[in-house]
Ligand binder design. Structure first.
Ligand code: SF4
Length: 358
């Protein structure tokens, strides 16, 4: 085969299982370089006592080739705390690396590109949260993990899209109040509000990947592919979720597809999700549309190799932020897992959806 002829036999054998998973997304011309990088990275990981935490939005050669742990923000945060490795490489965006550092302050946390940011994390600062708390005294602050360390340090409890409804209801009960502050993603806040009777005070942050989807996109896909199941992420606008067959976190979408194996799926989220799930369930056909996250796409096999080889770029968190931010993240981790994965397409009860935008 062309691919193995261009590769050292040892590397070809070592990377053959990865090739089997990525071959629909990587060309035979690209693969020899990628296989060499994967082999080099895996050797460097041993040398440095490092693990790579790879988010579901990484490209397939990273996700299947070098990720020691793969998953959504919640899964990766838990893994960062559990891992005994000395070095964590975050194949994801900067707030994820900060979360790893907050949970594992003694470990060296590296990110391959410092410009791998996030529009949601950039939408709010710790100073904003202090002002919000002054305006709403006694109301618990729930923040999405897609926030910087200074925001987490001002937070009562963090959440992810996998557990946001559960966290909001826990915070309201714990504080004995009927509303909570849920920041910074406006659409997540609106979608959570539709699942609970707890009132929500929201901020106008947006994910630039998910805010661009429209309900009309879903209708077009339904007409073009009548049998396809449509799954959407809760950072999308509410009418997009209402038009989907299932809405949940990246982990919930993965579980849904892996368990049900629909013949055709439309994933309304970041493009690499479909490619990564396809590697594990090749019998499912994935159809666009999808949007690329320009921040996630800054991470490549090359810069992961450079990051491990040169031990750059280290992510640090100011000492005084670590304890309060860790408390907010740990409270979330300590909650029992939801009995069923959070779904955002099912309205629990016909109730007035209460969202106040700050
Ligand atoms: S997909 Fe959206 S929320 Fe995730 S990193 Fe990109 S901009 Fe941020």
């Amino acid at each position: 085969m062309v691919v193995s002829l261009q590769l050292d036999r040892k590397i070809a054998e070592e990377t053959a299982p990865v090739w089997a998973k990525v071959k629909d997304f990587v060309t035979p011309m690209e693969w020899p370089d990628q296989a060499r990088l994967i082999s080099e990275i895996n050797a460097l990981k041993k040398e440095r006592d490092a693990v790579i935490l790879a988010h579901n939005y990484m490209t397939p050669e990273i996700f299947h080739g070098v990720g020691d742990y793969v998953g959504d923000s919640l899964g990766l945060a838990k893994e960062a705390a559990r891992s005994s490795a000395k070095v964590i490489v975050q194949a994801g965006v900067h707030f994820m690396a900060e979360t790893s550092k907050i949970l594992s302050p003694d470990k060296t946390v590296l990110i391959p590109d410092l410009k791998a940011g996030c529009s949601l994390a950039e939408a709010i600062t710790g100073a904003d949260v202090r002002l919000i708390k002054q305006r709403y005294p006694g109301i618990p602050v729930v923040t999405y993990v897609n926030t910087t360390a200074d925001v987490k340090a001002e937070t009562d409890i963090c959440c992810t899209s996998a557990n946001a409804v559960q966290v909001v209801e826990w915070a309201a009960k714990e504080w004995g109040v009927d509303k909570v502050i849920l920041i910074p993603d406006e659409f997540l806040a609106r979608n959570v509000a539709a699942q609970t009777t707890v009132g929500i005070i929201a901020w106008k942050g947006r994910c630039i990947v998910h805010e661009r989807f429209r309900a009309a996109d879903i209708e077009e896909m339904r007409q073009a592919y009548p049998g396809a199941e449509i799954l959407a992420h809760p950072e999308c606008p509410e009418d997009v979720l209402a038009a989907a067959d299932f809405a949940g976190s990246t982990a919930a979408m993965t579980d849904y597809i892996t368990a049900k194996k629909p013949r055709q799926v439309v994933l309304i989220t970041e493009c690499s999700m479909a490619a990564n799930i396809k590697g594990d369930v090749p019998e499912v056909d994935f159809i666009g549309p999808c949007n690329l996250c320009p921040y996630m796409k800054r991470i490549t096999l090359e810069n992961i190799r450079d990051c491990l080889r040169d031990m750059r770029f280290e992510v640090t968190v100011p000492e005084e932020m670590i304890a309060p931010a860790a408390l907010a993240v740990q409270r979330m981790i300590d909650l029992p897992p939801p009995l069923v994965p959070a779904r955002y397409d099912m309205i629990k009860a016909r109730h007035h959806v209460s969202v106040e935008l700050i």
